[in-house]
Design a protein around this ligand. Structure first.
Ligand code: GLN
Length: 193
C-alpha cells in the first residue's frame, strides 16, 4: 500500500505524518511521474486557486484526472474544491472528478474558523469505534449539493454537507490531518485497498 500526497502547496506534510503513523508508505507528488505505483492520492488543504494554477503549470491536470478514474482520491478542504465538478464561481482550474457542487469560504473568513464533533456512521462502522469525530474547519468550503453517484457522508446539525463520497472518491470540508484522530485516514486507506 502506497499513498501519495499532492505536494504543490498547503499542509501536505501533516497528511504524510498521519499516513506514517498508520505504517503506510508515502510519496510527495509534484510531477506526473510521481503518481506511478500509487494506490491512492490525498489532495491537502491550502489554497485551491494556487493548487490549481500549480497543477496546470506542472502538467498535472490530465494525469490527475486519469489517476482519479481508477484510484482512490481524497480532497480535504481546498483539495475537496479542486476535486469537484462545480463551484459557485467557476474561474479556477478544477479536476472535476467528483459530482459535487462546492461553495468556497462558505463559513466566512479566517476568524470564523471553528471545530465541532460529527457523528459519521460509515466512519464509525469501518473503524469499529463509537465516539464522534472532532472536525477542524478553516476557511472551509461547503458541499452545497451531491449529484449522480455521490452521497452524503456527513452533515452538520443544520443539514449543511461537510463530507461526501462517490465510490473511491472522498471529499471533506474539514482537516483530519490537523488532529490526532487517524480514523479518517484509516477510512481512506480502506477505500484505496
Ligand atoms: N479557503 C480555501 C480555498 O478556497 C480553502 C481553505 C483550506 O484549505 N483550509 O481554497
Amino acid at each position: 500500500m502506497k499513498i501519495g500526497v499532492l505536494a504543490l502547496q498547503g499542509d501536505f506534510a501533516e497528511h504524510i505524518s498521519m499516513l506514517k503513523k498508520l505504517g503506510v508508505s508515502t510519496a510527495e507528488v509534484r510531477l506526473p511521474k510521481h503518481l506511478d505505483g500509487l494506490d491512492g492520492l490525498i489532495i491537502p488543504g491550502g489554497e485551491s486557486t494556487t493548487i490549481g494554477k500549480l497543477a496546470v503549470a506542472y502538467d498535472l491536470m490530465q494525469p490527475l484526472k486519469q489517476f482519479g478514474q481508477r484510484h482512490a482520491v481524497w480532497g480535504t478542504c481546498a483539495g475537496a474544491i479542486f476535486l469537484s465538478k462545480d463551484i459557485s464561481r467557476n474561474d479556477q482550474p478544477l479536476l472535476g472528478l467528483m459530482d459535487i457542487k462546492v461553495q468556497r469560504n462558505a463559513f466566512g473568513r479566517q476568524v470564523d474558523s471553528f471545530e465541532t464533533d460529527l457523528e459519521i456512521d460509515e466512519l464509525m462502522r469501518v473503524t469499529g469505534t463509537e465516539h464522534p469525530y472532532h472536525a477542524v474547519f478553516i476557511r472551509a468550503p461547503l458541499i452545497e449539493s451531491v449529484h449522480g453517484n455521490a452521497k452524503i457522508l456527513s452533515a452538520l446539525d443544520d443539514g449543511r454537507i461537510v463530507a461526501a463520497q462517490e465510490g473511491h472518491l472522498l471529499a471533506t470540508s474539514f482537516h483530519p490531518e490537523l488532529t490526532s484522530d487517524t480514523r479518517f485516514h484509516e477510512y481512506f486507506i480502506s477505500l484505496a485497498s
